[in-house]
Structure formats: C-alpha cells, structure tokens
Design a protein around this ligand. Structure first.
Ligand code: ZN
Length: 263
C-alpha cells in the first residue's frame, strides 16, 4: 500500500520533454481506516510544506524547493486526521472546472491510479495506461479524450462478457448488454415487454473500467437484480446482498470517486 509510484521517473524514461515538475502519487492511510491517493507536488515558489484538499476530494501536498518527498509524506501523516475531515467535506463537491489531463497525470484504471504516459512510436503519439496503449494521428495538450478512447475500448471488450457471465451464474434472463456514455448513472436496466421470456437489456457506463473490478461487478449485479425487482425496495436490496454481500463498500467507492472518473 505504501509503495511509491514515482511518476516523474517513469515519464522521464518515456518522454523526457513533458516531465511535470515533481508530481508523484502516494497512498496515505487515514485514521478512519480508508486510504486516499495523495499527489506530491514540488513547487519552486513554495517556502513551506502545505496540504490542499480540492473540491472532489483530491489531496495535494506542496513541497518547497528544498523539501523532500519523505518529509512531505511525514507531514501528510501528521495531518491525517485533518485531511480525513477535509476529504469527507470536499468529496461531494464537484470540482469547478474539469482539469486537463497532462502527460504523466494519474488516472483511475481498474481502481488504481496509473499515469497516462505519452510517447512517440514510429512518429505517432501513443498513449498508454498500465497494460493498454493506443496510437493516435494527433493529440492535443489535454490527453483526456485519448485516454477515454482507450478506456471505452477496454469497456466494450470486457464488460458485456462479464455481464453475461454473471447473468448465467445467477440465472438472470438477460437479452442484451450495451456499453454507453451514461452521464448520470453507472448502469441501467430496461425490461422487455415480456420480461419473463424476453429478459432485460442492461446499459453499462464505460467509466466502470475505472473502478475496481469488485465495484464494476457490483454495478452489473445491481442491474441484473433489477430484472427481478424493478425498484429499490427492501426486497431488491435483499436480492443484491444475496449475490454481492460487500455491496455497501462498492456503493461507498462509487460515491467517493464519482467526480474522479473521466468526464
Ligand atoms: Zn438501481
């Protein structure tokens, strides 16, 4: 958990022109048992260590020019209780402007923060996220739309077969699964006219590949359980708990990170 992801070093090896000045991602354990990603950012203009918790819950530790990452993390640990309070307060506030995704910036992929790496291969800009990469004819300074295309591809390859697998496992009549750009929900379930024979169609938000697999499984199971109960009654939640006992943890993740996935 404490393993440091030294993004600047990773990027330096890949693409020496676009190293964001000293940005690193660390994992900080909070007193309430959760852990949050912390962006450690070195600033030539800062004179002391500072912690900033932005709307959306992003935690940033500013390191002065002569400071160290080690001291920055110690500073963050000393203020962990304060950070936990701020994260709780800010997590539900939507960031004012979606921030551009720069080379090396962290992005959620399967629940982990990974750097969006940019490199030039055979003259073409190529973006990679963990084990996935894609070449583009042209890329602007904001890598968000290129990163979305990679994630949409992963979602289309992986989510429908997973939904069919879970439907078969739990005996749910599923007629169709589609991956969509849902703006306000993680998934949807639509009954056919004769649900008992025709089954239902579920739509899944492609951003689910940004969540941990247990969380995206929960969303699929949630939609599948709507085939049995098309409401959020106690009976529905009992069905959900039966197939996904840790569903409350998944719901918590979705609430906490809903502003951290790509827009
Ligand atoms: Zn529902």
């Amino acid at each position: 958990m404490a393993e440091a992801k030294t993004l600047a070093n990773l990027i330096q090896a890949e693409f020496p022109f676009v190293v964001p000045e000293g940005t690193e991602v660390e994992c900080l354990a909070l007193p309430d048992g959760r852990s949050v990603p912390v962006l450690v950012h070195q600033s030539a203009r800062a004179f002391r260590y500072r912690i900033n918790v932005a709307a959306g819950g992003e935690v940033r530790v500013i390191v002065p020019k002569r400071g160290s990452r080690r001291r920055a993390l110690q500073f963050a640990r000393e203020h962990a209780a304060w950070i936990a309070r701020q994260v709780r307060r800010m997590a539900h506030r939507r960031p004012k402007m979606p921030r551009a995704l720069g080379p090396g910036d962290p992005i959620l992929f399967r629940g982990e923060w990974v750097p969006a790496l940019l490199k030039i291969e055979d003259g073409a800009p190529t973006i990679s996220l963990a084990d996935q990469s894609m070449a583009f004819a042209e890329i602007g300074s904001d890598l968000a739309s290129a990163a979305s295309q990679i994630l949409i591809g992963v979602a289309e390859r992986e989510l429908p077969p997973r939904a069919r697998e879970l439907a078969a496992l739990h005996g749910c009549a599923l007629s169709d699964v589609v991956v969509r750009d849902l703006k306000a929900s993680w998934g949807r379930c639509q009954h056919a006219r004769r649900p008992s024979t025709d089954g239902a169609r579920i739509s899944l938000n492609w951003r689910l590949v940004q969540a941990p697999p247990t969380v995206s499984d929960y969303v699929i199971l949630h939609e599948l359980m709507h085939i049995r109960e098309m409401n959020h009654s106690d009976r529905f939640w009992k069905q959900v708990a039966g197939v996904c006992p840790a569903y409350r943890d998944a719901e918590r993740w979705l609430k906490q990170f809903r502003h951290r996935v790509l827009g």
